[in-house]
Design a protein around this ligand. Sequence first.
Ligand code: AMP
Ligand code: MG
Length: 310
Amino acid sequence: MPEAVARAAEFLRSGALVGFPTETVYGLGADATNERAVAAIFAAKGRPHFNPLIVHIPVEEAEAFAEFDARARRIAAQFWPGPLTLVLPRRAGAGLSLLASAGLDTVALRAPAHPVAQKLMCATGRPIAAPSANRSGRVSPTEAAHVAAELGDAIALILDAGRAPVGLESTVLDLTGEVPALLRPGGITLEQLQASLGAIAIGKVAAGPARSPGMLASHYAPSLPLRLNVTEAHPEEALLAFGPNIPAGFAEVLWLSHSADLAEAAANLFAMLRRLDRPEFSGIAVMPIPNHGLGRAINDRLHRAAAPRP
Ligand code: AMP
Ligand code: MG
């Protein structure tokens, strides 16, 4: 692995794109200080240019790229490295690609905990802009093979470290306003953030859709239609089951978690959506998932995966 990481770092420094594991999902990385490399991410994903990217940095370098107040420092100390992205005022002159922020005067920063991501950042010596390594709007990759299947042609190298342990994207927390705002539920739960911050605004985004375009209605979508909160079987559908008791009569069943464990369900969600996304089924049915803790992020992804396509 050390050799592969060194090669990946070299590719990044030369402006190429690299697929790499993080604890949340696999990322499509580019040197965040190289405008052309960042543009290549948008092209490879077919991502709308108004949707800004998360910039990945080692914890100790974060303050070079954004302005941290006491509150941001406290949250970073508590949850970094980890699956939490902070939206903060951009620091002028830090050399970050403007495209990475989609022209906003804020930047989304995250310090990942995955050891391979950390080694890659260290070997590259640059901040790494990285969205999930999937075509825009589709299911996020939790294994290297998912990345190769969808974006292999656009990527110089993919670092394979097995399954992404969390399996859902990071929580995005906007700390640019007086009241912290949850822009996307994810790997750090709302309950964890509330315990530390008190009141948090949910889904109340001040300046319209460009503020956090990842909140677009349709996202994370498989090809098949999704039916949510399912309690009755359709014989042509495949079922994503949760908990020990399931309605009988589906064409196929995969268990997000037999023991109703939300962390296990989160880790399985995207890979199982991919496995069931086959034309022999008429759709994918999903049993109800409790809406607390990681369940909130799971339900967020499911609702967008089920939303009408543009
Ligand atoms: P992705 O890279 O696909 O995991 O998505 C990153 C998420 O962070 C998306 O929801 C973006 O809209 C959001 N995001 C990135 N940068 C910013 C920013 N400066 N302000 C608000 N949201 C952001
Ligand atoms: Mg994504």
